[in-house]
Design a protein around this ligand. Sequence first.
Ligand code: GSH
Ligand code: FES
Length: 122
Amino acid sequence: MTTTDAQTQIEETVKANDVVLFMKGTKTMPQCGFSSRVAGVLNYMGVEYADVNVLSDDGIRQGIKDYSDWPTIPQLYVKGEFVGGCDIITEMTLSGELDQLFEQNGVTFDKDAADKIRQANG
Ligand SMILES: N[C@@H](CCC(=O)N[C@@H](CS)C(=O)NCC(=O)O)C(=O)O
Ligand code: FES
């Protein structure tokens, strides 16, 4: 895929889906611990999201880094905006900021599950 095609495809994907996780592997079969961690949080919280496996396309793997100006995978997007990678999403989950972000953007999730993550990691 050309650089331009990759940027176009990324933009279309993050505009068409409220929540998108660019990751290594898939939401049901992650292939890296960092991706697994973020997918695990979203899965546990019952968030509906699109997963994009960067391992199946080198153009997207590089393109997503250019798109966000962020050097690593995973990358979470909400309503077209880059939110963060594994460290940031973990912090935001524990602080409650991720709940707030989802609430502000009308993204449905299981609040009890989010509270359980915090209780287990408090
Ligand atoms: N500290 C990072 C961890 C993620 C990370 O280091 N990812 C590496 C290894 S999976 C990466 O994407 N390297 C570039 C690549 O593999 O294309 C985070 O918070 O997301
Ligand atoms: S694939 Fe090795 S750390 Fe992610």
